[in-house]
Design a protein around this ligand. Structure first.
Ligand SMILES: Nc1nc2c(c(=O)[nH]1)N[C@H]1C(S)=C(S)[C@@H](COP(=O)(O)O)O[C@H]1N2
Ligand SMILES: Cc1nc(=O)[nH]c2[nH]cnc12
Ligand code: MOS
Length: 687
């Protein structure tokens, strides 16, 4: 939305906003220089939380998307029960291993090369070129790989590139800028904190007749990607359930924290968990098992979502049933957990099953395109370049497999050296989990062009026993072109508001069991069983790795990672400052948090007709399955509350940190701390 400045001019709207850049021969000198700059800020009133923004009416007014299906009035009229409530979801720091950084190299005249840690080389080419006033064809942005991105380097990395480019422009010398962890956490955005106000109508046997939700996101101090994030949240607020009537309205809150941005799932997890929390409340209100209440709502083949997309190749039920089977049967597991809980007062176990469905395609139609460049050399090796960035998700490996398979050579004969805007131009951000689909088809397209030209030589090779090298050499001798550019644009995607904003859905389900220490709120994830539908996997090992990582990262978001800002609830932190700026205060999952018994299964025989080699995207879809740990923890707290004589549904917002879990157990030891505190009160972290 071009609502940001490289260097703030008269007003800064968040702590950490860049006002200038100090450049020196060494980093220590530059830091001394930056410290020498004294800025006397006039403190202005600041809005930090969503509640602050709602109270002040501070929204990005230009955003007003909503989705609606069915007749809500009739739905609520037909309900035996109507419940209203508000649920809160925290933000999440990307915590990529490699903080933001870049090198800006001025070369001849006004030519520049950027070596970038970013997911979006083209976006950086555009923004730095415009900052320096040079044409795009004189500025290359490239990288071999980046040390993690998770969405955090789709846009927020731009300001550090611009801040480094300006001195490079004036000094005509290479400039390197790399953020320290605490700077990165204070200055760059995170996952959007969300809040949902809902009203749900349902019959006495648990059939939802109407669901209305207002979703509020904390967009921070600039627009960034927040509208697309909210769009995706709106489109995922059905989870895997067919609601006869549903309305969901999006609101983007304007606040004075660093602009929040893309993070794995991109608003999808927020929408998914909101629906799941509502279904949990319905089940508990009726005192029914949540599987029995949710089951009749599960999407079936041919059902239409609340935004009008028809479920094709719907694997909701196979994943749901597969996860239960993998877990050894729900009844068996439930009885074992209940038996344990009968025998232990201060340790309680919990069990939960959560399903997921995730839409694959950029909701911005333009981004659903991909390019590739393939060179075949006379030694029989191939150099492949595509528009996607390797951030640890294994994209380059899959692309090399596709090329090797198509050219008929071993993978060792295919090399991917880097991603660079002068090899493949106009690339979309490596985001939305769609890179394998987009660049896989583009690599295929390029290889097919080359194969077409090599056809006569393949015939000769067969009869003369030529190697691929000899074949390539012979073709070269005959002046045949051995290089090709490939391209692909996803057909039939409509963008938000149309009936096919996604190319297809990815499905999954997880069963998790936890053991909670009621006295401390500490817990252990005993076992998780995941069944995921990834079509025909191009590389099952990579896909299982993505599923394990996505699951753990999702669990981190909902059960461990808490961001603490200086705001009304935490007056002991300087206003607007982030208190949790490193691993000492911000707790990301460690090896101890991974399920002790971790089982991941891929559905078989579910080819996906809409993507390369019948595969499916796997980057973001598994993230939501981590919520099975959150609901298992809540299940354990219910058991603790029962032992304390408390029954019925209670509110548990995310992140479900140990303090919150401990107090939610509500026993006589916790009660004195809860005296007179409002619902959901939690202790200030003593410091
Ligand atoms: N190791 C690793 N895996 C990752 C990420 C990452 O930064 N590191 N990013 C995730 C996100 S946010 C996305 S959108 C996808 C992007 O890659 P893909 O489009 O190739 O799936 O990878 C996911 N898995
Ligand atoms: C821009 C964008 N659109 C999407 O639909 N999904 C995404 N994930 C990360 N970035 C995006
Ligand atoms: O789509 Mo991932 O970069 S949030």
């Amino acid at each position: 939305m071009h609502d940001e400045e490289v260097f703030a001019t008269d007003t800064v709207t968040c702590v950490g906003q860049v006002i200038g850049v100090v450049v020196a021969d060494t980093e220590p000198a530059a830091r001394r220089g930056a410290k020498a700059v004294k800025v006397d800020y006039e403190d202005l009133p600041a809005l930090i939380s969503i509640d602050d923004a709602i109270a002040a009416g501070s929204f990005y007014e230009q955003y007003g998307n909503s989705l609606e299906t069915g007749n809500l009035e009739a739905g609520f009229a037909a309900a035996d029960h109507v419940l209203e409530g508000t649920l809160k979801l925290g933000g999440q720091e990307h915590f990529y291993l490699e903080p933001n950084g870049c090198i800006v190299l001025p070369t001849e005249d006004d030519e520049y090369t950027l070596i970038s840690s970013t997911q979006a080389p083209t976006k950086h080419q555009i923004y730095v070129a415009s900052t320096l006033g040079v044409p795009m064809h004189k500025l290359v942005c490239k990288m071999k790989r980046i040390g993690g991105g998770f969405g955090g380097k789709e846009t927020r990395s731009i300001f550090i590139h611009c801040a480094a480019a300006v001195p490079a422009y004036h000094l005509r010398r290479p400039v390197k800028a790399i953020l320290d962890r605490d700077e990165d956490m204070q200055m760059t955005g995170t996952r959007h904190p969300f809040q949902a106000s809902y009203k749900v109508g349902f019959t006495k046997d648990g059939r939802v007749t109407a669901l209305h939700m207002d979703l509020y996101s904390n967009a921070g101090n600039s627009w960034d990607l927040s509208s697309a994030v909210m769009d995706r949240a709106l489109m995922h607020s059905d989870c895997v359930y067919k609601f006869p009537a549903q309305r969901v309205v999006g609101h983007m809150c304007r606040t004075n924290i660093a602009s929040n941005t893309a993070f794995r799932g991109f608003g999808g997890p927020q929408g998914l968990i909101a629906a799941e929390m509502v279904m949990e409340r319905v089940s508990r209100h009726l005192g029914k098992c949540s599987l029995l209440v949710r089951q009749p709502h599960l999407y079936k083949e041919g059902d239409v979502t609340h935004f009008g997309m028809v479920m094709e190749g719907c694997q909701v039920i196979p994943c749901w049933e597969g996860a239960i089977e993998s877990a050894g049967g729900w009844q068996q597991r439930r009885e074992a957990v209940d038996a344990f809980n009968q025998k232990h007062r201060w340790r309680k176990r919990g069990l939960a099953l959560t399903p997921t469905k995730f839409g694959i395609a950029f909701t911005k139609v333009t981004y659903n395109q991909g390019g590739a460049l393939v060179h075949v050399y006379t030694d029989g090796t191939a150099l492949v370049t595509h528009g996607g960035v390797e951030m640890g998700q294994g994209l380059h490996t899959k692309m090399a497999q596709v090329a090797a398979h198509e050219l008929g050579v071993p993978v060792s004969k295919v090399f991917i050296a880097e991603t660079s805007t002068d090899k493949v131009p106009n690339s979309s951000p490596t985001a939305g989990s769609a890179s394998t689909d987009l660049y896989g088809m583009a690599v295929l397209d390029a290889c097919r062009q080359i194969n077409e030209r090599l056809k006569p030589y393949r015939a000769q090779a067969a009869e003369k026993g030529w190697s691929f090298a000899q074949m390539a050499t012979q073709a070269y001798m005959d002046r045949v072109d051995l290089s090709a550019h490939g391209f692909y644009a996803t057909p039939e995607v409509t963008g938000f508001g149309g009936p096919r904003p996604f190319n297809y859905f990815v499905f999954g389900a997880a069963v998790s069991e936890v053991e909670l220490d009621v006295l401390t709120g500490d817990w252990q994830l005993l076992r998780s069983d995941i069944v995921m539908d990834v079509g025909n996997p191009i590389n099952p090992a990579i896909d299982i790795g993505q599923i394990e990582g996505g699951f753990v990262q999702g669990m981190g978001w909902l059960c461990l990672e808490e961001m603490v800002w200086g705001d009304n609830a935490h007056p002991w932190v300087r206003p607007g400052h982030l208190f949790t700026k490193g691993p000492g205060t911000y707790k990301i999952p460690t090896a101890n948090d991974v399920p002790i018994d971790f089982r991941v299964k891929l559905l078989t025989n579910t080819p996906n007709p809409r993507a390369v080699h019948s595969s499916k995207a796997v980057g973001e879809p598994p993230f939501h399955l981590g919520s099975s740990a959150f609901f298992a923890l809540k299940d354990a707290v219910y058991a603790a509350r029962a032992a304390a004589g408390l029954s019925g549904w209670f509110q548990l917002d995310a992140p479900a940190t140990p303090e919150k879990l401990r107090l939610a157990c509500g026993d006589e030891l916790a009660a004195p701390y809860l005296e007179g505190k409002e619902e959901g009160w939690r202790p200030l972290m003593s410091c």
